[in-house]
Design a protein around this ligand. Sequence first.
Ligand code: SAM
Ligand code: SF4
Ligand code: SF4
Length: 367
Amino acid sequence: MSARVIPLHDARPLRVAPAAVAGLPLGDALGRPLHDLRISVTDRCNFRCGYCMPKQVFDKHHEFLPHADLLSFEEITRLAHVFVGLGVEKLRITGGEPLLRRHLETLIEMLAQLRTPDGRELDLTLTTNGSLLARKAGALKAAGLRRLTVSLDGLDDAVFQRMNDVGFPVADVLDGIRAAQAAGLGPIKVNMVVQRGVNDGQILAMARHFRHSGVVLRFIEYMDVGATNGWRMDQVLPSAEVQRRIAAEWPLAPLSHSAPGETAERWAYADGGGEIGLISSVTQAFCGDCNRARLSTEGRLYTCLFATRGHDLRALLRGTAPVDDGQLAGAVAGVWQGRSDRYSQLRGQGQSTPNGERRVEMHYIGG
Ligand code: SAM
Ligand code: SF4
Ligand code: SF4
């Protein structure tokens, strides 16, 4: 089967406007500030998690982006600099699997030099499936990465291998987590996507394993991202149920949010075993304070995880008429100021993608 998935519709062209940025923080149409930028550095992955890149679709016939289409490290750094000038304080490198991008440490090193307009360091972090982490943790830390998040959906090999669908063993991800802790990339967060009937039997084992370890385990509700994962509401295990199951074993006490726009509801083990996070993207939409922009592998700006179109920043960078950083900032600011996305909230009210178009795939814009 030739299953070329075209993750995008036409990109939205961007007008180069003179910078009209009227002070920070830059608010969108619903008053939400621009604070986080997620940067996808590759659309490739060595896993085939069914909820993200199902094997039947992303098979050997799938054409990934040619290298020339990817933003270069210089282009990514230039855009990140522009976003930081507009108020971004947190950069998350993601993918696809970001550690598959060659010489990623070089990009980390370049991004680690950026400072906020008032001279502060950025919160520079990365999300990875952990498969290459044991080898790369030291170099990432040396390059200036501050912390990281590892995705792991279970401790039982049969369950985890069914989920990653490439037979990747749990032990190697755990080795990666240990290496990252040893390298000083803590506190490590571990993301577990919970699918009812697939890995919800792993919730307590995961909680037990990461209690008292310094790792913050976060449970994510299975989301209807993209157009290929065959999402069904009956496979979503509400976070409230995760919380109930864990609290029945180890009592929990609520913690306050650590930062504005933080997606996870935080809970502490009452016995001092550390904390967990619950990300209720489906049952309790958090669009109200969503402050995240996403830069796709080929340089399109997305203002929502469920967007159908991105804004083509690469065309500005590579166009025949050179643009300066002020013009880039004007273009980005214009997009952000016009943003009114709140997909999860609308889904909660029974509405679907507003224009009925196909949604972008998650591995392409990052989680
Ligand atoms: N490959 C890296 C990884 O898996 O950590 C980074 C990219 S991945 C797209 C980023 C995050 O999105 C992961 O934690 C993954 O579990 C999560 N994710 C992917 N598809 C999802 C879905 N349908 N629902 C909820 N989370 C999802
Ligand atoms: Fe790859 Fe991450 Fe998607 Fe899994 S969730 S297929 S590891 S990009
Ligand atoms: Fe943000 Fe879109 Fe998710 Fe709402 S649905 S929280 S706007 S990314």
